[in-house]
Ligand binder design. Structure first.
Ligand SMILES: [Zn+2]
Length: 57
C-alpha cells in the first residue's frame, strides 16, 4: 500500500518518521529522517488516494 510519503518521495528507500513538532492541541508532525518529508503521522502510514490531493487545491 502506498502512503503519501511514498507517493511524494518515491525515491526515498526508507519511511522513517521522527516526531518534529507537537502542538498543545494534540497535533503532531513528523519528518522522515531519510528524505525530510514533513507531515502528520497519517502521511506516513495511511494509504494514499489520488482524490485527497485533488481536494487540497
Ligand atoms: Zn522518506
Amino acid at each position: 500500500m502506498t502512503s503519501k510519503h511514498d507517493y511524494f518521495k518515491a525515491d526515498c528507500s526508507k519511511n522513517e518518521p521522527e516526531i518534529l513538532v507537537a502542538h498543545s492541541n494534540g497535533e503532531q508532525f513528523y519528518r522522515c529522517k531519510n528524505c525530510n518529508y514533513f507531515g502528520t503521522i497519517e502521511s506516513f502510514t495511511k494509504p494514499f488516494h489520488t482524490f485527497e490531493i485533488l481536494q487540497q487545491h
